[in-house]
Ligand binder design. Structure first.
Ligand SMILES: Cc1ncc(COP(=O)(O)O)c(C=O)c1O
Length: 454
């Protein structure tokens, strides 16, 4: 048995059997994967689409509500939901209608429409921050926010938590190796030493945060309120209130990246927990599946950012892309904010996810496994450790890539899709109790197979 309480031999045997089952059930996906290899690097449009547990990529034919259907006609209940992009369901009706209306009236003009005014007002009301700007992806939003923060504060250094992910913003690609900061070896083509301007500490470590901020050169702390990208890591009680006090005492700003923790409620985790960051980033589901992201600033920070821009010589600021805030994106965000990102929708999402989390705990207990389950609103995750990890290092130590992949593939073969990276599950408005039960039965069956009980 390994640290996850399973036998590595049985895990390998399960993976082998599931690969054969997948190959037999997905001949059209297999044929498309062969064709794709002719003109797509790695055989996929984006290299990490190859990182799923499947022997060859599953090719999609249809996605609607909580379900996806592949080109072989296999239907699956989707708990991955585009890793949050489709948190309000695939092709949600209000967004489809808004896109159809707007599509005939102009897609992009490099000028605002009324939607921009309405959307910024809705964002201010939801997140409690008065001033907003837009981006097309959460990655871009984080990149732009960091630039604004450096310009506004005149400070160079970024501080992140070990094991974080904020998209492909290079500056955040620094982690701790044996307690020392190191640029991640996986990062391609970066020629600058990022450790010169990025500091990294463990989550939930207030003393380390205080020490890292003490030199007075940190522009901002960029953080998810709950870490979600190395498995989930919850803040300890009181952590954020004390962290905010420390950050501000050292003259730095707090940027909360709510791209995943928007699962907590219509104003994200910070609003749901009465926290007041200086800036917020929100992406993925904001346009109901369309590429849209936004960031909000406090009045004080917005004034400093505007002053920095006005004081700069004319020319490119390094912020923005041509299609950002296009008419279609604005229409999608307006529909999402008005009809999907609402308190009523979140009440239902949270209830369904609680049922899922409780069901997962029961299945895991029935199999006597030392795994824990963490829930943050509409998303939950099981991790291969008995007690929830307190920081990125502990979360990383709990991981088991071979086991993870075997489980994901076995679930997929039983009609359930979960995210390819760690064991995250998300519910959307169309996810039913029966869908949750389907997942729980499938997991129970897979764990029985893993224990050799089948
Ligand atoms: C917390 C967080 N921020 C930002 C991003 C980047 O989002 P995108 O890939 O849409 O740019 C991610 C992606 O997973 C994320 O988890």
């Amino acid at each position: 048995m390994n640290h996850a309480g399973v036998s590595p031999e049985r895990t390998r045997a399960l993976a082998q059997a599931e690969r054969a089952r997948y190959e037999a059930a997905n001949p059209r996906s297999c044929a498309l994967a062969t064709r794709a290899a002719e003109h797509l690097m790695f055989g996929v449009p984006l290299h990490w689409m190859n990182d799923w547990a499947t022997p060859f990529p599953l090719h999609m034919a249809h996605a609607e509500g909580a379900r996806v259907t592949d080109v072989d006609g296999n239907e699956r209940v989707d708990f991955c939901l585009g890793d949050t992009g489709a948190m309000f369901g695939h092709s949600p009706a209000p967004v489809v209608a808004a896109l159809q209306r707007q599509a005939a009236r102009g897609l992009t003009t490099m000028l605002p429409s009324e939607d921009a005014v309405v959307v910024s007002g809705l964002l201010a009301e939801r997140f409690g921050l008065p001033m907003w700007q837009f981006a097309m992806t959460a990655t871009d939003a984080n990149r732009f926010v960091l630039r604004w923060l450096r310009a506004a504060t005149g400070r160079k250094v970024l501080l992140v938590f070990n094991g974080c992910y904020h998209g492909t913003i290079d500056d955040a690609f620094v982690h701790l190796v044996d307690g020392r900061p190191r640029q991640r070896d996986s990062l391609l083509g970066q020629v600058h030493d990022l450790t010169a301007t990025t500091r990294v500490v463990e989550f939930n470590d207030l003393a380390a945060l205080d020490a890292a901020l003490a030199p007075g050169d940190v522009a901002c702390v960029l953080a998810e309120p709950v870490m979600t990208n190395i498995g989930m890591v919850l803040p300890e009680p009181g952590f954020w209130r004390q962290a905010i006090e420390i950050i501000h005492r050292h003259g730095a700003k707090l940027v909360m990246d709510e791209t995943h923790t928007i699962s907590s409620g219509p104003g994200g985790y910070a609003r749901a927990h009465g926290l007041t960051p200086d800036a917020v980033v929100v992406g993925k589901p904001l346009g109901g599946g369309m590429p849209c992201a936004a960031y909000g600033f406090s009045a004080e920070l917005a004034a400093r950012a505007e002053a920095a821009k006005r004081a700069a010589p004319p020319g490119h600021s390094g912020i923005g892309t041509t299609l950002t805030a296009n008419l279609l994106a604005m229409a999608a965000m307006r529909a999402t904010l008005n009809e999907l990102m609402t308190p009523a929708v979140f009440v239902a999402l949270h209830a369904r996810c609680t049922r899922l989390a409780e069901g997962l705990r029961a299945v895991i207990a029935r199999h006597g496994l030392p795994w824990c389950v963490t829930q943050v609103g509409a998303r939950c995750e099981f991790q291969f450790c008995a007690t929830p990890p307190r920081n990125g290092s502990e979360a990383a130590a709990a991981m088991d890539a071979v086991l993870e992949q075997a489980l994901h593939l076995a679930l997929l073969n039983r009609g359930v899709l979960i995210t390819p990276f760690h064991n995250m599950m998300l519910v959307c408005p169309e996810t039913t109790d029966a869908d949750v039960d389907h997942l729980l039965v499938a997991l129970d069956e897979v764990l029985s197979a893993l224990a050799g009980l089948e």
